[in-house]
Design a protein around this ligand. Structure first.
Ligand code: SER
Length: 320
């Protein structure tokens, strides 16, 4: 790969992934594609930035030609919470955006397309503990429906056209650089911000809600390791389970209290409780470990220490 376009560069994962890819491939070789959000100074000062919309194929094509793009990472998506409020928007962005990118990649002989998936592909009838790689995919959210279809269409392009399309089923991603937006797992980020700012948090899912989660450094490592793996080593393409941690909200609160003993938490579950309840507690990521050497570095307390330090520093500087 010489020139990579990251679509959705201003998002929670995209913002940090773009910077890491620039460290690896050189700033000029990684184009940050942003839609509406104003890109951060970090994004604009380390390489090219372009306004792109996954739904505007002509606009994407112009950027592909301008920078001789030969790989696209598609991080643009409407997540589970926002998706339930506007199902057709989720379908449009997540499916038509993806098909535009896959078709562009096919028409221009691109070397790789990265298509992220999610634990949202699972549903209430999927085994909840240590969810296998191969299992029941019957999600009950529109987001999950688009992610299952995204995995299948990505795999179809591999088989039908011999293309290199890859993706992971991300768990909830926790980070302190860019806030997530519109997801069910967003509470696992908000809890740290509120712990620093107010020493208390009201959570929109209940105390016992347990989901697979991952800290951003592990998320970045997983993404880049999969991108760089030998294609011939991959027994799967667009649907690798990747696990790191699994904890309940109550256990998160306990972890925070080790650093902020006076931290208080209360619970007011909303519509996202049902979404969280339809997803697994933990996933089996054996194939990712076997095929491309996946292994996470962070556990809950290690992540909590890091998150509170970073967010605490932002708070001291008056940035939040
Ligand atoms: N973080 C996503 C969500 O909550 C799951 O992939 O929607």
């Amino acid at each position: 790969m010489k020139n990579i376009l990251v679509v959705g560069s201003a998002g929670q994962i995209g913002s940090e992934l773009t910077l890491l890819l620039r460290d690896i491939y050189g700033g000029d070789h990684v184009v940050a594609g942003v839609r509406k959000t104003k890109p951060s100074e970090k994004l604009t000062s380390t390489g090219p930035c372009e306004v792109v919309d996954a739904l505007d194929k002509e606009g994407l094509l112009a950027v592909v030609k301008k920078y001789k793009i030969d790989a696209i990472v598609n991080m643009a998506a409407i997540l589970s919470g926002t998706g339930e409020k506007n199902p057709m928007l989720a379908w449009d962005v997540n499916m038509n955006g993806l098909i535009n990118i896959l078709e562009l990649a096919r028409e221009h002989g691109m070397k790789q397309v990265v298509v992220p998936s999610s634990i949202a592909v699972f549903g209430p009838t999927t085994p909840v503990d240590n969810t296998p790689q191969e299992t029941i995919l019957k999600p009950t959210t529109i987001y999950g429906v688009t992610k299952v279809a995204g995995e299948l269409i990505g795999d179809y392009y591999v088989k039908r056209y011999g293309m290199d399309v890859r993706g992971l089923r991300y768990p909830g991603i926790i980070s302190h650089e860019t806030l997530p937006g519109g997801g069910t797992t967003d509470y696992a980020v908000a809890i740290y911000y509120e712990a620093i700012k107010n020493k208390k948090y009201t959570c929109f899912v209940n105390e016992d809600t347990r989901l697979p989660m991952m800290y951003m450094p592990d998320c970045l490592k997983a993404t880049v390791d999969l991108m760089q793996a030998d294609f011939s080593d991959l027994n799967y393409h667009c649907d690798y389970n990747v696990g790191a941690m699994s904890f309940s909200v109550g256990e998160m609160a306990e972890s925070i209290r080790k650093f902020i003993p006076e931290f208080e938490i209360s619970y007011e579950p909303d519509f996202r409780q049902q979404i969280a309840d339809s997803w697994p507690n933990s996933v089996d990521d054996g194939p990712a470990r076997q095929d491309w050497g996946w292994k996470p570095d962070y556990d809950l307390d290690g992540m909590t220490a890091d998150m509170l330090k970073a967010i605490g520093e932002k708070h001291e500087k008056g940035l939040i």
